[in-house]
Ligand binder design. Sequence first.
Ligand SMILES: Cc1ncc(COP(=O)(O)O)c(C=O)c1O
Length: 304
Amino acid sequence: MKKVYVDNSSTSFPKAPGVSDVIKEFIDNVGCNVNRGGYKDSFDVGLEIVRARQLISDMFHVADPQEVVFTPSVTYSLNMLLQGYLKKGDHIITTSMEHNSVMRPLHALFQRGITYDIARCNNDGSLETDSITPLIRNETKAIIMLHASNVCGTVMPIEEVAELCHKNGHKLIVDAAQTAGILDIDASKIDALAFTGHKGLLGAQGIGGFVIKKEFAKKIAAIIVGGTGSRSNMFEQPDMLPDKFESGTMNIPAILGLKKAIEYIKSVGTNQIFKKEMELTSAFLSMVHEIEGVHIIGKKDISD
Ligand SMILES: Cc1ncc(COP(=O)(O)O)c(C=O)c1O
């Protein structure tokens, strides 16, 4: 029987065409590291990684590919951003729809004297944007929120929240785990946007990252240091992007796979991908609606 896979919010399957081929080709026939040796293979792979950064910066409308940082996953990205930015006495606002990739770091930071408040969301998962302003304090440094809920798919008004943040001088950090590769995301007004490579971006597990404004990156301490291959004569972590946040040998096979996947997404177009997802969602909702006793959490209809 043909397999029907319905766990795409957890990780997508199948991956984009060609992803496994480039990963296998690299492991079987290339295999070298980057930024650590001066020979042709290493330079060639380094160039492919630069091209991967370029594709990601284009995808999120970010001007400079150096503002693209690779990490193992969105969970790592969110931890690096939150733990590197917030200091004792600071306050941050989040929403009641967050994944534990945000709530657990916030809870851990609370033990270190960093407080947070939670903006309300409605039963359909939508944000009550008006509930943010009363939570703002003198100590508030940022808002962190997801772009779409992993529970019910509701998309959050990040553009509206970005305006509110910038009016008040706060940073906006967005968790785009569920939307990267599916919606056209303009990160030019977002201070940092974290993504994961293995969901809508159709790459392998073990790769993710964030795009970050240079000015914001200066305010974030690197919580993992060493092993960059650059400026090896220094004890201090390099402060330039992306090296500041890319400690240790990177997951090169998965980056090359992600590059292939993004080339595929570009060739199809996020508009088409979104349209197809909405057709499937609509068919799913209309069918589960018929089942007695099923209670739908989130939007009942895609036109809502
Ligand atoms: C909204 C959201 N944030 C974060 C994550 C964590 O993703 P990863 O396991 O790739 O770090 C998920 C995964 O389901 C998610 O849906």
